[in-house]
Design a protein around this ligand. Structure first.
Ligand SMILES: [Mn+2]
Length: 240
């Protein structure tokens, strides 16, 4: 059986109907890599969250809203965007349950941010105000267009998966990892010194990236490797 991969979603309303949204590049990427994607509706019920964690073989934390600064012990500053309290609570609880079970977690954009916050790190709430850089981290180009390069640190799991020291990426973020959480290690940086990827060196697959590989896997074999390595790790977790 294909490993079951849960994907988190955005809060979105349509015609006054509260709903959820996820770009199909995420689910198509999981299918293409050999996994079974399952979209996860929000719940804050501990029993339901535990059951999701028991059933899932891997968790993909998708991109989206800003993270509530309360998650890392700060108050909102000017520049903070829209937040989703129900999503923060659901993702934080589910993430902790997945890590307790030593199951693979692949965290993209907002995902790397919530991963770092939940594990005890902090975030830049708004890069233009808090990390003045000449490098543009919110590209205006199409989603699959390469914007800035990241330098991958040697000897990291990310380096091993990608087989590259430099990687072209797209970039759509105004928040980012500030103080990295204890137990996590930075594994990629942009030229301006910003942390663009983090990993747990002691776990099979707990990796966060600040860029959007889901928009790049069709055109770039290297970015597709992130999806296949994640699904492979979920397959191994399934066997145990
Ligand atoms: Mn960036």
């Amino acid at each position: 059986m294909r490993p079951m991969i849960g994907l988190t979603v955005n809060e979105m309303s349509r015609n006054d109907n509260p709903g959820i949204f996820l770009g199909k590049d995420y689910t198509d990427g999981i299918y293409a890599a050999g996994g079974m994607p399952v979209v996860l509706p929000f719940t804050t019920n501990q029993e339901e969250i535990k059951e999701w964690a028991d059933r899932l073989d891997g968790l993909l934390l998708s991109g989206g809203e800003d993270i509530a600064p309360a998650l890392y012990g700060e108050e909102p500053r000017q520049g903070l965007g829209e937040i989703s309290p129900v999503r923060d609570e659901f993702e934080a609880k589910l993430l902790i349950n997945m890590i307790e079970r030593n199951k693979p977690v692949f965290a993209i954009c907002r995902g790397i941010q919530i991963l770092n916050a939940v594990m005890g790190g902090t975030l830049f709430q708004d890069l233009p105000r808090e990390w003045p850089s000449s490098l543009q981290h919110s590209q205006k180009a199409p989603r699959d267009h390469f914007a800035h390069v990241v330098k991958i640190s040697k000897g990291t799991k990310l380096n091993q998966i990608l087989g590259a020291d430099d990687l072209q990426t797209n970039t759509f973020h105004h928040q980012a990892v500030k103080q990295i959480a204890p137990g996590l290690a930075p594994c990629a940086h942009s030229r301006d010194g910003l942390i663009e990827a983090i990993e747990d060196p002691l776990r099979t697959f707990v990796i966060g990236v600040q860029w959007h590989p889901e928009n790049l896997w069709r055109s770039s074999e290297r970015h597709f490797r992130l999806f296949t390595a994640f699904v492979e790790a979920a397959k191994s977790a399934q066997k145990k």
